[in-house]
Ligand binder design. Structure first.
Ligand SMILES: O=c1[nH]c(=O)c2nc[nH]c2[nH]1
Ligand SMILES: [Zn+2]
Length: 444
């Protein structure tokens, strides 16, 4: 299937939309016998089966070569999944090293592995594997921490382009609190970031964007972060970093800067409407108000928060503050490259939080589906392009097959579209993802 060939999908279609009345965070629709028409990379029409012929005549009148995909009653068309926080170089460590909390884990396991990406052959091997694996799990958009090394980071960019994923890729900035042979000087970090941004932009690939990536507030001095803030303005780029993940980390940040964590980034000009902050477990009310004011978002990484014993992020509280939230695997703080796993963990964390708070409404399967699709797109400021099946958006989508052979689930009941989605979230995995599309192109 090429992106040039127009496509019609007919069957169970589920996606989330913003509630125009703003009474709810989103509205979910799960319709049987619905269609989506895709021309090139874009969605040109959607509707009910009875209106398909008219829509086809209107949009595809002069086309002979249209691919028609008739979904079975056990299949779903859903928007592509968004991983708003993943470390590509940490993929080899998935499932290893969960006996230490964040700051010790970084020194004992993570920097040791990340140092290896001086070796560009190794970089190529790992980055190709990460992109293939995440696409296989339905991640159509990934927001990657790449390497501290600029040339290795470009190898991730090339892998993303080759395999057809949509991505932000960030060269990590890190000048302090790391081994001597795995940190940069303040001059290098800025110079190489500039070089990286220009090299990514020179690829002229609509699907891949550079992102400014200060590792976290303990990896840099304020002067360097201020200079990165200048690059953010100069190049109009997105920003990603970590915030308030672990109580010892928060204490260290407060000690180093004498102000709250979010204010550190704000002073550097790093909190913008295009900033995504991973974790955000221990943010104060004032910090959340500041994020709301700046329009910055949080990537909720529940698998990692559990494995590194960092804590439980209260997503309901973030919603109540009006903060945009997406989901992240945080590989390899999290052991799984799957956003379906992150959805399940987000549910578990929220349910665990509800045990100790009266009248607490835990997230449900529709909430985590929103986080994994439209919420993720909003968190990365990509919701004008992706996140659901609104006409005019690019077609990033999955065909989910709950009747697939050799998967985790036997289908012994007839299910409505929303029941199929529920089953996918609670019991599904990559074996239930039969097709993946990015910008109209088949990539699985
Ligand atoms: O989960 C995390 N993974 C990391 O690599 C990291 N670096 C700083 N803080 C971090 N948190
Ligand atoms: Zn992380």
């Amino acid at each position: 299937m090429s992106s040039e060939q127009s496509k019609i999908f007919l069957g169970n279609v589920i996606h989330c939309q913003r509630d125009p009345s703003r009474k709810q965070l989103y509205k979910i629709s799960g319709e049987q016998q619905s269609f989506v028409i895709v021309k090139g990379n874009k969605i040109v029409a959607t509707g009910k089966k009875e209106d398909l012929e008219q829509a086809r005549a209107q949009h595809l009148a002069d086309e002979q070569d249209v691919m028609v995909v008739m979904l079975s009653d056990r299949q779903l068309l859903i928007p592509g999944l968004v991983d708003s926080h993943i470390h590509a170089p940490q993929y080899p460590n998935c499932g290893l090293g969960y006996d230490k909390p964040l700051l010790d884990w970084l020194q004992a396991y993570t920097y040791k592995l990340e140092r290896k990406y001086r070796d560009l052959e190794y970089s190529k091997k790992v980055f190709n594997a990460v992109v293939r694996k995440t696409l296989n799990h339905g991640t159509t958009t990934a927001c990657y921490f790449a390497s501290m090394f600029e040339d290795a980071s470009m190898i991730l960019v090339d892998a993303v382009i080759e395999h057809g994923q949509r991505a932000f890729v960030g060269k990590i900035n890190m000048t302090t609190l790391a081994p001597d042979d795995y940190k940069e000087t303040p001059e290098e970090t800025i110079k190489l970031t500039r070089k990286f941004i220009e090299a990514v932009r020179s690829k002229n690939c609509d699907l891949v964007e550079p992102i400014i990536t200060p590792r976290f507030a303990l990896s840099l001095e304020m002067d360097s972060m201020v200079e990165l803030g200048h690059l953010v303005k100069e190049y109009d780029v997105n920003v990603q970093t970590h915030i308030s993940e672990n109580q010892d980390e928060v204490k260290e940040v407060n000690k180093k800067y004498g102000i709250q964590y979010a204010n550190v980034y704000d002073e550097a000009g790093l909190l913008t409407p295009k900033t995504v902050l991973a974790h955000g477990i221990y943010l104060s009310d004032e910090e959340l108000s500041l994020l709301r004011q700046r329009g910055s978002s949080v990537s909720h990484c529940p698998d990692s928060n559990t494995c590194l014993k960092s804590g439980m992020c209260d997503v309901r509280r973030l919603f109540n503050f009006g903060i945009k939230v997406g989901l992240g695997t945080d590989v390899s703080g999290g052991p799984s490259p799957s956003i379906v796993s992150a959805m399940r963990s987000a549910l578990a964390t929220s349910i665990n939080l509800s045990f100790s708070q009266k009248n607490y409404k835990p997230l449900n399967y529709m909430d985590v589906f929103y986080l994994a699709t439209l919420g993720g797109a909003e968190a990365l400021s990509l919701d004008h392009k992706i996140g659901n099946f609104e006409v005019g958006k690019e077609f990033d989508a999955l065909v989910v097959d709950m009747g697939a052979e050799n998967c985790n689930t036997d289908m012994l009941l007839d299910c409505s579209p929303l029941e199929l989605l529920q089953k996918f979230i609670y019991t599904g995995d990559d074996r239930n993802i039969s097709n993946v599309f990015v910008a109209g192109k088949s990539v699985k």
